[in-house]
Ligand binder design. Structure first.
Ligand SMILES: [Zn+2]
Length: 235
């Protein structure tokens, strides 16, 4: 039986570069970046303002920047073209298809591989059974990472509502990482952490990310995989 660790970042913002520096320092490549290719280059300054931190940018990479190889060695997958609440389109399912498959097609064009995964824009609260059915029937997407923390290490029961263990911004992250390293189990186990890299600025958590990745990469019984690699192992 194995223990797996996987990380993911949403939105494809410029702070991803800082996370990637930390990852590379530890030779860690178990991260999936979920990006919005309909919003390349967009500045969402209101995100920082909403958090009372107007100094923190929310700036997505441009296509030219994506093509410089910033995500080389990592996994890139779908976060929809324009980050809508997908269930809003349940009565016009062709819009859901366009938002999801359109992003997947752009990723294939830019990066050369066809993604099978996404993360829910706005979290799983923005998805209904109908939304999920539309995605499964009309797109290549087969898993979707959610946001509600389980604080546990069980494998996802439903890959289309794949709830993570916690967010990096959760103060329990390091405590959970330590208990995962001590976990003795006769079942496969998963520690799944997600975040937005702009939250590194909001909560000053570069150090926490560094410590987390250090703990995970130094444990000799933990396999670090991307979200997509994990899905492919357990689908
Ligand atoms: Zn998002």
């Amino acid at each position: 039986m194995s223990k797996y660790f996987t990380f993911s970042f949403d939105d494809g913002v410029t702070q991803d570069l800082r996370a990637i520096d930390i990852f590379k320092k530890h030779n860690f490549y178990g991260c999936t970046f979920f990006i919005n290719t309909g919003l390349l280059g967009a500045s969402w300054a209101w995100v920082g303002e909403q958090f009372g931190r107007p100094d923190v940018p929310h700036l997505r990479f441009t296509e030219e920047e994506l093509k410089t190889g910033i995500y080389d060695g990592f996994d890139v997958a779908v976060h929809t073209l324009h980050h809508p609440s997908l269930s809003y389109y349940d009565d016009t399912p062709e819009k859901i298809t366009e938002e999801v498959q359109g992003d997947a097609d752009n990723i294939k064009r830019i990066f050369g591989y066809a993604p099978v995964g996404m993360s829910w824009p706005g979290g799983e609260f923005q998805a209904t059974e109908k939304t999920i059915k539309t995605i499964l029937e009309t797109t290549d997407i087969r898993y979707s990472r959610a946001v509600q923390s389980t604080y546990g290490f069980r494998l996802p029961e439903d890959f289309m509502i794949w709830r993570p263990t916690c967010s990096l911004s959760d103060e329990r992250t390091i405590e959970l990482a330590k208990s995962f390293t001590e976990l003795k189990t006769d079942e496969d186990a998963l520690f799944c952490v997600w975040c937005h890299a702009y939250e590194l600025d909001f909560f000053n958590t570069d150090g926490r990310l560094d410590e987390l990745i250090s703990i995970m990469t130094e444990a000799n019984d933990i396999k670090c995989v991307t979200n997509t690699e994990f899905y492919n192992l357990f689908k």
